[in-house]
Structure formats: C-alpha cells, structure tokens
Design a protein around this ligand. Structure first.
Ligand code: UD1
Length: 435
C-alpha cells in the first residue's frame, strides 16, 4: 500500500499542466465501444479509474491500449460478451456506464449493481427507470442488474434530479435507439457536453447537451474516430486551492477557464488573485485565505468534487466559513482534518469551519478520492510531517499528483509501490493481449 509523506510549508511556484478530465474519459472510453472500428483518444489521464474501465471493456472483448504518445486506442469489434466482471465493476461506480453500452450494442446487459461507497448510498434507480422507458426489461438478480431489449425505442424521459451518470448512460443507450429520445432535466456538466461532442463526431445526432433538455435522434451505426477530451476542471480547481493554501504563485496550463467559473469566484472571494487566459489561468495568493461560505450544486454551481479541497483551505482561513453539501454524504473525512488541528463542526449536510492559524502534520487516511486531495492540500500547509495512507484512492482520479506537486516545489515523497504506473503497464502494447 502506497503512502505519501509530506512536509508542509513551501509555497508552490511554477507551471502545472492539467490532465484530461477523468469524468469525461470514463464515459468516452465506453462510448468508443458503441462504434464500428477504432477510436483514438487523446488527453486521457492515466489514473486507476481509467485503468479499471479499460480492463472491464477488455474483459468484454474490446482491444484497448495506450501508445507511446499516451493516446488510447479502442477497437470494440470483438466486444461480444454481455456480463461485466463483478471484481472490476465493484471498484468503481462509473463502471455502470457499460450497462448503457451493452444494451445499445448487444441488446442485453448483466452488470453488477454498484454498491454504496464512501460517499454514502449511491443508487442507480434513475438509470434503470430510463432503460425501462427505452423499452428494456430490467430486473435485479443475484446482485446483478439484468437488462434486455430486442430494440430500444426513443421516448421522453424526465430525470428526477440532475444526475450526471444517468444523463450519460441514457445518452449512450439512446444514441443507437430507434427514433428520438428527449432527456429532460438533464445534467449540464461540461463532461456531458464532451460526451455528446464525441458521440456526434462518431455519427450520433445529439442536440442540446449543456442545457436541461437533450435530444437524441437514434442512428443505426457509429464509426470510430479521433478525439481529444477536455481538461479536468476538478484537478485545475485542486491546484488553484493548493496555491491558495500554500501562499504560492501558479500558472495552470491546458485548462478551460469557463468550466471553472464557480471555483474561480469562490477562490477570488477567499482573496486569491486570478487572471484568466484562453487556455491558462494565473493564480497568486499574497495573504492568508479569507473565510468564504459555499453551497455545492449541479453545474454551473460549485462542484461537490471541489468541496473537500475547499474545506481544507477554509480550515486555515481567517474567519469562520459555512459549507453546505447538497449532492452526497461527503463530510466523513473531516475527522482526518481534525487530527491535523482543524476546527470543524458538522451538522447534517453543513460544516462550520473556524479557521485556525496553522495545521500540524499527523498520520491520516484518505477515505475517498477528493478527501485524499483535501488531506494532501492540508499537509502542504501543515507544520511538520503528514503521512497519508489510502493513496490508491487519490490515484483513481489524479494523474501523478505527487510528481506534479514536487515539480512545483512541494516536499512530498511517495513510499512503497508506484501502483498507478505498474497498473498502467497492462494497457501498454507489450503486455496487451490483442485478440
Ligand atoms: C458524477 C461524478 C462525480 C460527481 C457527481 C456530481 C463521474 C464518474 N462521477 O457522479 O465525481 O461528484 O457526478 O457532480 O462522473 N442519484 C440517485 N439515483 C440515481 C443516480 C443518482 O438518487 O440513479 C443521486 C445521487 O445519489 C446524488 C445525485 O443523484 O445524490 C447526483 O448524482 P450523479 O450526478 O448521478 O453522480 P454520479 O454520476 O454518480
């Protein structure tokens, strides 16, 4: 099990290149398997979640590998198995995208029901209702969701609550359905738009992505294509906050500033100086962060994935902040921040944070991906040494976080296996099992 050792106190300085968005990469790799022929995907981050989705699809019969230029090749022509591996799917909730894929491609899907996770209960009932509305029969047997449809037929689907996963899964399924599907109350996240653009580049007919009504006119077939995915707004936001918490000066390169609007606004309120370019953002922090109140919301609101990193910054802010989490049960990690000296009180969905002048290093454990990022940020400013375990969770969604921070001057060291890189070897040509 890998650990990170961090000695805090160094202001971060320099340029950091932001990787491709994990939450775009996952559905887009799945979407590539809806096509006939090869897709070549660029800007795909090499994190464990990308590895997991690729292994699930390989297990179903697709060929997937990274070339030397880090482009991901996907050839789905041999994908003919409809039962997804429990061992792989249970690792990641986003694996459930294969249900939409298999239904659209094979007319049959057996995918393990994703269980709860560190973010609390995360049901897939909206996904299942959507598949049923498209004409599939759906049952849950022995822990598997079983869905079958001789033909999916477009219809009007109202999604109960803005849900990124449901919107994307139904876009996948509807793209090859007969007729028109209208997804109402659709999620508007940039990753939803990215998936629509990629599907359209393969020959799909999707309009309205980025608004709350998405229209999908089903097509008979899709063709593999080349595509470069958007950059990761959550990784960019995490570095912005890392700059604020350490009193640093950073240039974030390869970003889409428009996708970061709510994070930028809150960071400015917290006293950070931010200058936007076309695809870069300069961030400077000349003072201790100021306390800011935040409420998470679906895009374009403040992202729930930025809540934990932001709380880390508020833990050392000047004043008291109130952070309300409206999407997930996402405050369990604050116990770990308290171990570092943070003064945080949680009442249901709200955290009240009295900023302290200084945190102190301690042994702590990452309980989920973004909680892990919050601990890294807290450690960067803490006095003394912090030892973070559970680093595999951070590796799920951040590409080389420790290396990038080291290049910016952080005193950070990874001990034990470089799990992230050894896993990626399974997706390079020498070890790839071409079928
Ligand atoms: C995605 C992101 C995650 C982000 C979240 C919200 C990926 C891989 N993950 O997760 O990083 O934090 O969006 O922006 O893209 N819900 C139901 N029933 C369902 C589906 C969802 O009740 O069938 C609820 C969820 O419990 C949650 C809310 O709807 O309270 C929104 O969840 P959703 O947008 O679907 O999150 P994910 O797609 O799982």
């Amino acid at each position: 099990m890998a650990k990170l050792l961090i000695r805090g106190g160094t202001p971060l300085k320099g340029t950091v290149n932001i990787s491709g968005a994990k939450n775009s990469a996952l559905p887009i790799i799945v979407a590539a398997c809806l096509a006939d022929g090869e897709s070549v995907l660029e800007n795909i981050p090499q994190g464990i979640d990308v590895y997991t989705i690729s292994m699930i699809l390989k297990d179903l019969g697709a060929q997937i590998w990274f070339d030397e230029s880090k482009r991901l090749h996907v050839i789905p022509d041999g994908l003919d198995r409809y039962q997804a591996s429990y061992d792989l799917v249970r690792r990641m909730r986003a694996s459930f995208y294969v249900a939409g894929l298999l239904l659209a491609r094979l007319g049959r899907a057996e995918v393990p029901l994703p269980g709860g996770c560190a973010l609390g209960s995360r049901p897939v009932d909206y996904h299942l209702k959507g598949f049923q509305a498209l004409g599939a029969t759906v049952s849950i047997e022995h822990g598997y969701v079983k869905a079958e449809a001789s033909e999916l037929v477009g219809t009007k689907i109202y999604i109960n609550r803005s849900s990124v996963g449901t919107t994307m899964n139904l876009m996948l399924a509807a793209s090859r359905a007969k007729g028109t599907t209208l997804l109402e109350n659709a999620a508007k996240e940039p990753e939803v738009v990215d998936l629509a653009i990629y599907l359209n580049s393969m020959g799909a007919r999707i309009r309205g992505a980025g608004t709350d009504i998405i229209r999908v006119d089903g097509v008979d077939s899709l063709k593999g294509t080349e595509y470069s995915i958007i950059s990761d707004r959550i990784e960019a936001g995490t570095f912005m906050v890392a700059c604020g918490i350490t009193g640093g000066e950073l240039l974030l390169a390869n970003v889409v500033p428009e996708h970061l609007r709510s994070t930028i606004m809150k960071c400015e309120e917290a006293g950070l100086e931010i200058e936007e370019g076309i695809s870069e953002i300069k961030v400077r922090a000349n003072q201790r962060p100021l306390a800011v109140d935040v409420e998470t919301a679906p895009y374009p609101g403040f992202a729930t994935d930025m809540q934990q990193p932001f709380v880390a910054m508020m833990a050392v802010a000047d004043g008291t902040s109130v952070i309300r989490e409206t999407i997930f049960d996402r405050f369990r990690y604050v116990d770990e921040l308290r171990r570092m000296g943070a003064d945080i009180k949680v009442e249901r969905d709200t955290a009240i944070i009295r900023g302290v002048p200084e945190l102190t290093g301690a042994p702590v454990e990452a309980t989920d991906l973004r909680a892990g990022a919050a601990l890294v940020l807290a450690a960067l400013t803490a006095k003394g040494e912090t030892e973070i375990s559970g680093v595999e969770l951070i590796d799920r969604g951040y590409e080389h976080l420790d290396k990038k921070l080291r290049q910016l001057g952080a005193d950070i060291e990874r001990i034990s296996d470089d799990c992230e890189e050894s896993l990626m070897e399974h997706l390079t040509p020498p070890l790839m099992e071409r079928l």
